[in-house]
Design a protein around this ligand. Structure first.
Ligand code: AVI
Length: 317
């Protein structure tokens, strides 16, 4: 069944039409995360190949108490909270140190937000107020939540291209007040084989995640795409320091976009980019952040320098 042509559905159809008419073809990665996409992404994070979540969790285990001590009592505001599994470490540190801890999860997925909000039940002293929406919706709220620690974990920053990242950092810098902090999780540059494995897990969750954006188009836009005619392709490009993720058509596909009354043809062999995932060098990242008027107070990394947690604060404006 095709869902009603709500504003959101038409927006999705328009975004798909724009990206699929472009060359090379692409789809905006935010549409990967409907309820099913969020569930599939959780499965990816549990695979042995996807080192990012595991490494970040152990860094948070080691450093959350120190971070809570450094920032002082502050509202935790999390961009793209997901199920908040990773955030529980930080919440535990703030609730044990400060009497009235506050947590504001922000997420586009209502289901993920409900799970994050359910944390309140496990921490009676914790006040939770979820915000349903994209990052952009929360920036204007931030000054009223200060003093705060803005959490942006999971290396989600890596899914933004350079133009989107420039806008994001400008917004962050404008929204943070003196005395606020930001905790940023980033995946670091490393050998290509390790990265490639993380985006091509043997159990096939990564492939299912990529295909789900087309399944979602079938569900919401009546696209009638043959999912069996799509292959997942992901490879690290060292020269760009990023993973590029594509869906390759193994047969010709007529993609219907019912809300727009349009059909776009994808030929066999054509690829649609669904995501990039950038990897960072710490020195270059700190330099970029400094130019964006954010100072790195402390960097936490694992012994293999596989992943980084950066505690930032606004610098001179
Ligand atoms: C959410 N984000 C940080 C993930 C990543 O590693 O870039 C998304 C992902 N896509 C495929 N696997 C993981």
């Amino acid at each position: 069944m095709i869902s009603s042509s709500s504003t959101e559905t038409r927006e999705f159809a328009r975004a798909a039409a724009l990206g699929l008419s472009d060359h090379p073809r692409w789809l905006p990665c935010r549409y990967l995360y409907d309820a099913e996409g969020s569930r599939l992404f959780e499965r990816i994070t549990e695979t042995p190949e996807y080192y990012l979540t595991r490494t970040e969790l152990s860094l948070l285990d080691e450093s959350s108490d120190a971070i809570a001590a450094m920032t002082g009592d502050a509202t935790l505001v999390e961009l793209g909270a997901g199920s908040a599994r990773k955030t529980e470490r930080i919440i535990a540190a703030y609730t044990s140190r400060y009497a009235a801890a506050r947590y504001v999860p922000v997420d586009v997925s209502g289901e993920a937000l409900a799970e994050a909000t359910a944390l309140a039940g496990r921490y009676p002293a914790l006040a939770v107020r979820g915000v349903h929406g994209s990052y952009e919706t929360v920036f204007p709220l931030l000054p009223s939540l200060s003093p705060l620690v803005l959490l942006f974990l999971g290396s989600t920053i890596g899914n933004l291209n350079q133009t989107e990242a420039d806008v994001f950092w400008r917004n962050v810098r404008c929204a943070l007040s003196p005395g606020d902090f930001m905790l940023l999780g980033v995946d670091l540059v490393k050998d290509a084989a390790t990265i490639d494995r993380a985006y091509n897990d043997a159990a096939g969750w990564s492939a299912a995640f990529t295909k789900n954006i087309f399944a979602r188009m079938n569900r919401e836009l009546g696209s009638e795409i043959d999912l069996g005619g799509i292959d997942h392709e992901a490879a690290y490009r060292p020269e760009w320091q990023r993973v590029e993720i594509f869906a390759r058509m193994t047969r010709r596909q007529e993609v219907r976009l019912a809300p727009l009354g349009r059909t776009i043809t994808l030929e066999a062999g054509e690829r649609v980019m669904t995501e990039i995932s950038r990897k960072y060098e710490l020195a270059a990242l700190r330099d970029y952040l400094h130019l964006s008027e954010l100072e790195t107070l402390q960097t936490f990394t694992d012994p293999a320098q596989s992943y980084g947690l950066l505690l930032l604060r606004p610098g001179q404006s």
